[in-house]
Design a protein around this ligand. Structure first.
Ligand code: ZN
Length: 206
């Protein structure tokens, strides 16, 4: 993974989507936070910070009240029974223990059921985006991606591998820059067939 900062740390654009985030409450909380660490929220550099953070949170936490399964309802029946694999879906999330970013890539594979129902790669990327735009744990997001696909597509198998760097590990505590955490969730054939799982892992380079 490169050293580039996630774009969410530098941008403050709203997506224009509905948000549960209470901008005024976040703003007040950030003012209190700045005071609590001993700085002056009125000084020039910090004056706009509470509002910027509120607007940023509205964007990066816009997955709070969205159901990822809804992204998968529009599929198409291809009669395709082989493994479908989407590699290297980039994501940015916030660890719920420290509210610091963790970010990396998700690899998603599934085997359509007898109906051969499949969805476009962009839909799987949307699923990843929704579950990562919440205070999150890497283990849980991995499971949530797999479960959304199981429930929406009822495929014969699903495998998800997530590889991420956590700034709470990089910036503080054990300070291991560049160290990645890898998590996986396997359902159906990927859980029961070692050969299927091995094929998936060789395709994702893991
Ligand atoms: Zn953390």
């Amino acid at each position: 993974m490169g050293p580039a900062l996630p774009s969410m740390l530098t941008g403050n654009m709203l997506t224009g989507e509905e948000t549960m985030v209470d901008l005024d409450r976040v703003e007040k909380a950030v003012v209190a936070l700045i005071e609590a660490i001993g700085d002056d929220p009125a000084r020039e550099g910090l004056a706009g910070t509470p509002r910027r953070i509120a607007e940023m949170y509205a964007e990066i936490f816009n997955g709070m009240d969205r159901d990822p399964k809804q992204e998968l309802v529009v599929g198409f029946e291809e009669g395709h029974r082989e493994m479908v694999l989407v590699k290297d879906i980039p994501f940015y999330s916030m660890c719920e223990h420290h509210l610091l970013p963790f970010y990396g890539v998700a690899h998603v594979g599934y085997i359509p059921n007898a109906d051969g129902r499949v969805v476009g790669a962009s839909k799987l990327a949307r699923v990843v985006e929704i579950v990562t735009h919440r205070p999150q744990l890497q283990e849980r997001m991995t499971t949530q991606i797999a479960e959304a696909i199981v429930e929406a597509l009822q495929p014969d198998g699903v495998a998800v591998v997530v590889r991420a760097e956590h700034l709470c590990m990089t910036m503080r505590g054990i300070k291991k820059p560049g160290s990645n955490i890898v998590t996986s969730a396997n359902r159906g054939l990927f859980r029961h067939s070692a050969a299927t799982r091995a094929e998936f892992l060789s395709l994702v380079g893991g």
